[in-house]
Design a protein around this ligand. Structure first.
Ligand code: GLP
Length: 275
């Protein structure tokens, strides 16, 4: 795991955009997992900016979504489907044939649609790079505390604290459903590389527990400790409760000298975020 601590959200967004855009450039048909939430918005803006400046081609990137509200049709303004289109997909040259987002209003049974979504991911060859945020209660995607660390993609009930956080988040709709579809923690762990972004003081406690506490279903993001290729990019406020943050700073500089491999410098197959 490599942990990069950036000054603020703007620097965090730029650092994440460096990683994602260099992975897209190295591997034009990269299978990229997108996350919703306020944290990655700056990353998406940065990618759009690079595309418009002629530095980033998205036409072959294969896109998946991490989660979706259950009960909101794709065209609903508050759906994650709309979010991804508004902030990224409609702003650059993504090919609709390569965009695979969850449908929050499936025609049949929601659990079967989740199974079908897993098959789509598998059929595409798996996710190369999964972008993630962390919830205030340590959730990953919509895997709430208590989720199996091996869970598959499925319908889930949202916790009260998650619904409350979603209602106050920028750009979110008032009418948040009580359930959702999410990639499972087991599914997320199958992605070849994971990029976790965390910003703001509210994320300091869950981030410290996730990275330095025990691996437990009570704190779903702690499952990241079991993945061999994780890059965490956080800002100073989110890093405030990391007991070993000085070591992480030195370790990431060591990585940049070639000791661990520089994030974004290796291939997608070998990004150098291990250890
Ligand atoms: C939602 C999403 C998560 C996201 C989390 C944090 O619950 N399902 O994938 O990581 O919010 O969002 P934010 O970045 O707005 O804090």
């Amino acid at each position: 795991m490599v942990i990069l601590i950036e000054r603020d959200r703007e620097a965090l967004s730029r650092a994440a955009a460096d990683v994602v855009s260099s992975a897209m450039t190295r591997s034009p048909s990269l299978r990229l997992g997108l996350a919703a939430g306020t944290t990655p918005v700056g990353l998406y803006q940065e990618l759009v900016h690079r595309h418009r400046a002629g530095h980033l081609d998205c036409s072959r990137t294969v896109v998946f979504g991490l989660d979706e509200y259950l009960g909101l049709p794709p065209e609903h303004v508050a759906s994650f489907h709309s979010f991804f289109h508004r902030h990224l997909l409609d702003q650059a040259n993504f090919d609709p044939r390569h965009v695979h987002l969850m449908n929050g209003a499936p025609t049949g049974d929601a659990a079967s649609s989740c199974d079908g979504y897993e098959q789509t991911i598998r059929g595409a060859g798996g996710i190369d790079l999964q972008i993630l945020g962390i919830g205030l209660n340590g959730h990953l995607g919509f895997n709430e505390p208590g989720s199996s660390l091996a869970a598959r993609t499925r319908p889930v009930l949202l916790s009260d604290e998650t619904r409350a956080a979603l209602k106050t988040g920028a750009g979110y709709h008032e009418d948040i459903p009580d359930s959702a579809l999410t990639l499972g923690l087991g599914t997320i762990q199958e992605a070849r590389t994971l990029l976790l972004m965390a910003s703001g003081a509210g994320k300091a406690a869950p981030l410290a527990k996730a990275l330095e506490g025990p691996v437990t279903a009570s704190l779903p993001a702690s499952v990241l400790q079991c993945h061999p290729n994780v890059l965490v990019i956080c800002d100073e406020s989110a890093a405030a409760m990391l007991a070993r943050r000085d070591y992480y700073r030195r370790a990431s500089r060591f990585g940049q000298r070639g000791g661990l491999g520089q994030p974004g410098a290796g291939g997608v197959e070998e990004p150098g975020w291990g250890g």
